[in-house]
Design a protein around this ligand. Structure first.
Ligand code: SF4
Length: 75
């Protein structure tokens, strides 16, 4: 069981829809029109997976901070 996740946002993919910030405002905000995580390493929370899965361009990745295993989006 993961104890920490690492959130990544690919700024080359992000198109600034703000869906992630709307879904998980405690984890994402828009900076200059692009999404940025408020913290890179966070405690696991289902809403982060929801945000990653709802990104239309799959710009968000969630990985286990310990072993780098991809948690979301589903491949
Ligand atoms: S949902 Fe995806 S495309 Fe939209 S702002 Fe967030 S990272 Fe960018």
């Amino acid at each position: 069981m993961s104890t920490a996740w690492r959130i990544g946002v690919d700024s080359r993919r992000c198109i600034g829809t703000s869906i992630c910030a709307g879904t998980a405002p405690e984890h994402f905000r828009l900076v200059d029109g692009l999404s940025a995580p408020l913290a890179d390493v966070v405690a696991p929370a289902e809403v982060i997976i929801d945000a990653a899965d709802s990104c239309p361009v799959e710009a968000i990745t969630v990985r286990d901070a310990a072993d780098d295993r991809l948690i979301a989006p589903e491949e």
